[in-house]
Design a protein around this ligand. Structure first.
Ligand code: SAM
Length: 345
């Protein structure tokens, strides 16, 4: 493991370019793994610079691939860089980087969705949640189909203060499809406002730092890419369990063009829907005719607090799922129709 407190700035020695590494190790992008590489080291330097001061930091890079961002992180004078890469073809190229930065780069051939970073760095890095963020950073340019489920998982980790957030308010710099980056950071009332906006913003300070045009990647993806920075908030803006917030938010956005009472109503069984939805909105002091996109995080805070009370009063409520009720009703109707058909015969 690398020691901290390096006095002189570290620079990687001259190395083959990323393009040469790709050729040398035959690292053609695998389409089925949605691999798009950044070859321009000025861009990878920009991502790393915007992640904050990484001097003596412990950095976890997800999906290093041919190692463009990896090089920029190593040049940022970090104490240690841990990379987790799923595709074994990249390991020899990363090993070459590790040889060029002795004791600084740790390579794991694994899956970021299951890797336990909470066991990877020294205990001494841990900070109290209320303190300044620890000198631990997550950086990554992952395929879009991995980055969205991963951020949801990590947001849940933020709310439980576990996983990568066992060290404190670990900061993250991640790339997303531009539309997803816009949803993550969308303000109340904007067209992009969605479930992701609320889930990210109630737990973190989220900033869309800059956009990378698709043509900067090899091969070029269909879309542009947004670079997003997350710092967990000392005090979450909604203080309820993640799953409860997720359920309220998911239901609210169920019918995004309709008034919010329509989607929120789906939190309740059909027999009590009108009455309970009215009670929820009245106690939360939320105008039923607002559209889901017009609801602020503090509206959601009130809705979650009231829904929590309603769940405490009715222990079966939280488990209620309107889709299951619909399915049951459908099969009951089908049985009825079958019976009527039999009697007619
Ligand atoms: N970071 C490199 C860059 O910017 O050029 C590569 C980016 S490419 C979009 C995504 C990388 O993540 C690929 O190397 C891919 O193999 C890796 N990857 C995809 N899914 C992964 C997973 N579940 N765990 C770890 N690595 C993954």
């Amino acid at each position: 493991m690398a020691g901290s407190g390096t006095l002189s700035a570290f620079r990687l020695p001259p190395l083959p370019t990323i393009r040469e590494i790709i050729k040398l190790f035959r690292l053609q992008a695998a389409k089925q793994l949605s691999q798009n590489f950044l070859l321009d080291l000025r861009l990878t330097d920009k991502i790393v610079k915007k992640a904050g001061n990484l001097t003596d930091a412990y950095v976890y890079e997800v999906g290093p691939g041919p190692g463009g961002i990896t090089r920029s992180i190593l040049n940022a004078n970090v104490a240690e860089l841990l990379v987790v890469e799923k595709d074994s073809r990249f390991i020899p190229g990363l090993q070459m980087l590790s040889d060029a930065a002795p004791g600084k780069l740790r390579i794991v051939h694994g899956d970021v969705l299951t890797f336990k970073v909470e066991r990877a760095f020294p205990e001494s890095l841990k900070r109290q949640w209320e303190d300044e963020p620890p000198n631990v950073h997550i950086i990554g340019n992952l395929p879009f189909n991995v980055s969205t489920p991963l951020i949801i998982k990590w947001l849940e980790n933020v709310s439980c203060r576990d996983g990568p957030f066992i060290y404190g308010r670990t900061q993250m710099m991640l790339t997303f499809q531009k539309e997803v980056a816009e949803r993550l950071t969308a303000n109340t009332g904007s067209k992009q406002r969605s479930r992701l906006s609320i889930m990210a913003q109630y737990l973190c300070n989220v900033q869309h730092i800059f956009t990378i045009p698709g043509q900067a990647f090899v091969p070029k993806p269909e879309v542009d890419v947004g670079v997003v920075h997350f710092t967990p908030l000392v005090q979450p803006r909604i203080e309820q369990p993640f799953k409860l917030v997720e359920k309220v938010v998911q239901n609210a956005f169920q019918f995004r063009r309709k008034y919010c009472y329509r989607g929120l109503g789906m939190l309740f069984p059909e027999v009590e829907r009108v009455e309970s939805t009215g009670k929820l909105l009245e106690l939360a002091d939320v105008d039923p005719t607002l559209r889901p996109t017009q609801l602020s995080v503090s509206h959601f805070k009130s809705l979650c607090d009231v829904y929590r009370k309603m769940c405490d009063e009715d222990p079966l409520l939280f488990a209620y799922n309107f889709r299951e009720e619909l399915k049951q009703n459908k099969s009951k109707n089908q049985e009825k129709e079958d019976d009527q058909e039999k009697h007619r015969l």
